[in-house]
Design a protein around this ligand. Sequence first.
Ligand SMILES: *Cc1c(COP(=O)(O)O)cnc(C)c1O
Length: 393
Amino acid sequence: MKYNISNNGYYGDFGGAYIPEMLYPNVEELRQNYLKIMAEPSFKEEFNQLLKDYVGRPSPLYFARRLSKKYNTKIYLKREDLNHTGAHKVNNTIGQILMAQRLGKTRIIAETGAGQHGVATATVCALMGMECIVYMGEIDIARQAPNVARMKMLGAKVVPALSGSRTLKDATNEAIRDWINNPINTHYIIGSVVGPHPYPDMVARFQAVVSEEIQWQLKEKEGKTTPDYVVACVGGGSNAAGAFYHYLENTNVKLIAVEAAGKGIHSGESAATSVLGREGIIHGSKTLLMQTKDGQITEPYSISAGLDYPGVGPMHAHLYKTGRAEFISITDDEAMTAGLELSQLEGIIPAIETSHAFAIFDHKKFKADDVVVINLSGRGDKDLQNYIDYFKL
Ligand SMILES: *Cc1c(COP(=O)(O)O)cnc(C)c1O
């Protein structure tokens, strides 16, 4: 496999497990068992049943007639926004909670920035009756009050991270500290295709249901399983990994990853990792990340909290370096405009993360008979206040 992960946990030059020795037993236990557990018929059956009855899968593949007409190409939307909890993230948290159960764990920890992954984790912990602790920077707790309330209502304990900049990376440090102290009974649910091996691969496999469905849905609608393009926004990269997964090795299918350029790539307020990032280690894996000359992680910025991450997962670093995926950076203004356009052309209000993917049409021209699938990663309910402030609605 040229683009997917190798047996030693690397995507080309990227990936691996760069972790403190005290974390090694936890990660190693997961590494030794995850593929075996995922291959068990009883695991697959329970995972698929929950995706169907609890999440509401398969999510529709919808032909966007008016949007297609406007850009003179054939645009299909993969409706992850219709999942329970409103985004793709729950595909992964369902998979990981079943994994945790099979490993005999009784306690779940997670870290969250904007709170979306925290909510998806608290949701599946309620579903399974498991203890749930979510670490969150003190600043983020103040900024993301509705998601904090959701997590509490779902029965999770939200613990503030009080050190450093009191945001996502500090919450991550707290979660890692917790895991080192509770190696036996605790599973750490990571929310994107980031972290030490095997997390990026495990999360990609749970999200791969997205492209698995696109294949047969497109066959029904277009008579072929392969589109010409698959487009997805990238924060850490999990919704893109899921939408790309079954097409990674088929280079007839072109992949487009859309990053957040914030106020402009070179404005100093951006999250365009492919352009600005250099090789380094973040969250236990070798990948591309935004850093100072001395290797300190730079604070990213995007209007969308879910794309506001200083790195990308190692799969995407590899797709970028090899040229397998084209990376396009979209500013806040372009994303907001595209979100409004989708709302008014198709009656679908997207998450602001997702809006970035819809802004590519001013950067890239498609042919009239191209089939373009856009992964509609989430719905915009959570972002309504942002849209209100921006458009003065
Ligand atoms: C979290 C989130 C993202 C970004 O995360 P990825 O791991 O890159 O997919 C994108 N869209 C939505 C709706 C999200 O909630």
